[in-house]
Design a binder for this molecule. Structure first.
Ligand code: GLA
Length: 377
């Protein structure tokens, strides 16, 4: 990818640039908990967005997306927002840096990636983190604190892309570390690295290729439900709610809001249980919690889809230790914790059965936990 970007950069801009990359992410457990002040447990993966960038001495950004073969130019003032959705991620990052009192001036950039789009692996967070990291290095002598880089990406989603997301994806993309998952407390923003050594197991993603699109999706509606319940219970976020409090307020809530909150409150505890189980090497418990999460996401939170449920059923029938839909939902991947000896037969069975039912094979991505945002040599 680097060679390709280098050639494209030289032919387009007649000079060389500096390389930066940032990764997509998986999340072992803790879904739709981030914007509820709960816990998440993600890690960065070996699929990234890479950019080649050079300061150009003007006030204009010249940006080429190699994968889309799209080119655009924009200024750095609020009214200069580009029309192209893909460019708004980069524009938003520039604006959010400037709003925080840091510097961005004109630059030339070419970028590409191998994070599958719309698969729930956070390609957009990888793009935001890649540019936030790069512009911190190129214009700000790395003075912007790392956590602020994640917040810059999140604000970009809120203010320029219409997705009212939590902090998980951008956090994972910025802080990701090889062979480690990270437990983030989304209320205190404290985090801890957990070495992920699943000897005897494989972590694999099965991609339904049903494209999820969080913009204008029910994602923002889910968040509104949670906020309504929190307000009714008199707590800041559902992090501070218990099942007892929820049940006591049941008749003040719509059936739907009640179900959404029931899932979130259950999921908060599951993340903690999974972290403990992992430290004991108790993968059976990890797996059981993953299935419970899937049930909750499918029936209470209602963010799954038929294809994801089908893959989850196959996993269960094949004796896979843990399986669930991953990410925002409405399509994308399942994440599966599979015993090594079962791996080949599970993937073969899932591929064949899914193909028979939906007329296309799911994509298979074995997970390699990798580093997040960084500068390349
Ligand atoms: C998307 C959002 C995240 C998080 C997940 C669900 O990936 O960007 O902030 O809410 O969905 O866990």
């Amino acid at each position: 990818m680097k060679d390709r970007l280098n050639k494209l950069f030289i032919s387009r801009f007649g000079t060389e640039g500096t390389f930066y990359a940032s990764a997509g992410r998986i999340n072992l457990i803790g879904e739709h908990t981030d914007y509820n002040g709960g816990f998440v447990f993600p890690g960065a993966i070996d699929k990234c967005i890479m950019a080649c960038i050079n300061i150009n001495g003007t006030d204009c950004v010249r940006l080429y997306s190699a994968d889309l073969d799209g080119y655009t130019e924009f200024g750095l003032a609020e009214e200069d927002a580009p029309q192209e959705q893909w460019a708004r991620y980069v524009f938003g990052v520039c604006r959010e840096i400037v709003k925080r009192g840091f510097v961005v001036r004109g630059f030339d950039a070419v970028f590409a990636g191998d994070v599958p789009l719309g698969a729930g692996l956070s390609s957009s967070a990888a793009l935001e983190s890649c540019f936030a990291y790069a512009l911190n290095d190129l214009f700000n002598e790395n003075q912007i604190p790392k956590f602020e880089l994640a917040l810059i990406g999140q604000s970009t989603e809120h203010n320029y892309c219409g997705v009212n997301c939590g902090i998980m994806d951008q956090f994972a993309s910025v802080f990701g570390k090889k062979d480690c998952l990270m437990r983030l407390d989304c209320r205190s923003l404290e985090y801890e690295y957990y070495p992920f050594k699943a000897d005897g197991y494989v972590l694999v993603l099965l991609d339904t290729k049903v494209k999820h699109e969080l913009v204008d999706s029910p994602y923002n509606k889910r968040r509104e439900s949670c906020e309504r319940v929190a307000a009714t219970l008199g707590v800041e976020t559902l992090r501070d709610a218990t099942m007892e409090m929820l049940n006591a307020a049941k008749n003040q809530l719509s059936e739907e809001d009640y179900m959404r909150a029931r899932y979130v409150i259950g999921e908060k505890q599951r993340v903690l249980d999974v972290c403990d189980a992992l430290q004991r090497g108790d993968f059976e418990t990890v797996g059981r919690c993953m299935y419970e999460t899937h049930e909750g996401l499918s029936h209470d939170y209602e963010v799954s889809c038929e294809e994801l449920d089908y893959l989850n059923d196959i996993a269960r029938e094949c004796g896979v230790t843990g399986s669930r839909m991953m990410g925002g939902g409405f399509g994308g991947c399942t994440i599966n914790l599979v015993k090594k000896e079962l791996y080949e037969s599970f993937v073969a069975t899932a591929t064949a059965q899914f193909n028979e039912k939906y007329g296309h094979e799911p994509a298979i991505y074995p997970v390699v936990i990798s580093d997040g945002a960084h500068k390349l040599n």
